[in-house]
Design a protein around this ligand. Structure first.
Ligand code: ZN
Length: 109
């Protein structure tokens, strides 16, 4: 599973931030809340299975759980800090955790 090249929409970042009680988050619908709950307990095998269907949520949850900069990156995606802009000039997103837009992420893959 490649979680670093998955773009994370602003809404996904906000939902994951909410799940971890971080600034910039807001509560998703009940299905997404349960999806986040499942991901929080998932081992890597089950995370990979969920990522087949929900790659953005899986990548955001892995980042929040395992990456020391994960929460800060999600807050940037969520616009809680200075908004992200890709080096190509795209500022609309979605972005991956390195700040690349979807187009640049796909061309780099
Ligand atoms: Zn770009």
């Amino acid at each position: 599973m490649n979680t670093t090249s998955t773009t994370i929409p602003r809404e996904t970042a906000r939902h994951v931030l909410w799940f971890f009680g971080q600034d910039g988050g807001y509560q998703p619908g009940s299905f997404t809340e349960h999806l986040l709950y499942a991901l929080s307990f998932a081992d890597m095998v089950n995370t990979a299975k969920i990522a087949e269907v929900y790659p953005d949520y899986a990548a955001a949850m892995v980042a929040a759980k395992l990456d020391p900069d994960g929460i800060a990156n999600l807050q940037r995606i969520a616009g809680a800090e200075a908004p992200l802009g890709c080096k190509c000039g795209d500022s609309a997103g979605p972005f991956d955790l390195q700040g690349r837009c979807e187009t640049c992420t796909e061309s780099a893959a």
